[in-house]
Design a protein around this ligand. Structure first.
Ligand code: NAP
Length: 313
């Protein structure tokens, strides 16, 4: 197995990780970025973004490609499609199927992933009517009926996106008021293909080979009903990607990593940036900002701990 040493290793190649890569490699420390998949992170799956400054309307994939090209310019070494075997944050060793990495500092920018409904039928019907990515799977539902679950920005925006294909989109929310930004809500209320089902949760997903029915419960009346749909897209929030990391540093009850304003975690020389950390706003711009801050402090850490890290490595 090949052994590789870097000043800074960034785990995760989304907006936080790629911004950190730009700042760290520009700060003249040797920098590597490791990802389980191709680089780009969650926004690569967003059809469009309209709130990243300087880009009034840009494809998610296109924007992340620009981030990656920008990081390439400063010579970051990229290790996509890595299968992680272990991460020891204290000694800063990362073992993948192909390499043994040793870092002086680590920036955790592993992001977050969709939360599951946790109801019968959900796991069984993934890819056969249950999807967590409207951009990836929306086109399969041309002239079909689908449901989106949730009331946040993701649920409402993805419900609108699905109206491009589906004949009808139910938006099922557990309260009678959406959490999504007002401007997003207003657009959805005007969309005639969207029908809102309030105060309701999905209790079960049923079907034969493919999904055909959702069992709903009205949370106020406790009444159960069946809703005929061809597909369901849960968008009920996110959970941090902390496999191989959890338990090694301070996290909140939901697993998000706790940092200070320099993105330092409870472990010396370990930083966290973007959706994986406890933060009040999870956007591409805040992830990019976190990445920049984390890298500046990671570079400072390498410079001020030169002797200490030399003897530890
Ligand atoms: P979110 O804002 O946390 O919303 C999750 C929604 O799902 C809430 O409406 C919540 O209901 C509902 N929910 C949670 N658990 C549920 C359960 N077990 N069963 C049924 N419903 C459940 O999550 P998100 O929409 O994925 O957004 C995540 C972050 O990304 C947010 O900060 C969001 O602003 C951001 N985002 C921004 C944009 C944009 O600005 N264009 C686009 C997408 C996402 P309650 O409301 O009752 O809690």
């Amino acid at each position: 197995m090949e052994k590789l040493n870097f000043d800074t290793i960034i785990l995760g190649g989304g907006p936080a990780g790629l911004s950190a890569a730009i700042y760290a490699s520009r700060g003249a420390v040797s920098t590597a970025i490791i990802d389980l998949n191709m680089l780009g992170g969650q926004p690569s799956n967003y059809l469009e973004l309209e709130n990243y400054p300087g880009f009034p309307l840009v494809g998610g994939y296109d924007l992340m490609e620009k981030f990656e090209e920008h990081a390439d310019k400063f010579g970051v070494q990229k290790f996509p499609m890595q299968e992680i075997q272990s991460i020891d944050l204290k000694s800063k060793k990362i073992l993948t199927n192909d390499y043994e990495f040793q870092a002086k500092t680590i920036i955790i920018a592993t992001g977050a992933q969709p939360m599951k409904l946790g109801v019968p039928g959900e796991k069984e019907f993934v890819g056969r009517g249950v999807s967590y990515c409207a951009v990836c799977d929306g086109a399969f539902y041309k002239d079909k009926v689908v449901a989106v679950v949730g009331g946040g920005n993701s649920a409402v925006e993805e419900a609108m996106y699905l109206t491009k294909f589906a004949s009808k989109v139910y938006l099922i929310h557990r309260r009678n008021e959406l959490r999504a930004d007002k401007i997003v809500q207003e657009r959805a209320f005007k969309n005639e293909k969207i029908e809102f089902i309030w105060d309701s949760v999905v209790k079960e997903i049923k079907g034969d080979n493919l999904v055909n029915t959702l069992v709903l419960e009205n949370v106020k009346s406790k009444e159960l009903s069946n809703l005929q749909v061809n597909g369901v897209f849960p968008y009920i929030g996110i959970t941090p990607n902390v496999d191989n990391i959890s338990g090694q540093l301070e996290q909140d009850a939901a697993g998000f990593i706790i940092t200070d304003e320099t993105m330092s975690t409870s472990l010396e020389g370990v930083f966290a940036a973007g959706d994986v950390r406890k933060t009040p706003l999870r956007q591409v711009i805040t992830a990019a900002s976190d990445g920049a801050v984390s890298a500046v402090y990671a570079v400072k850490y390498v410079e001020t701990h030169k002797e200490a890290v030399k003897s530890a490595v």
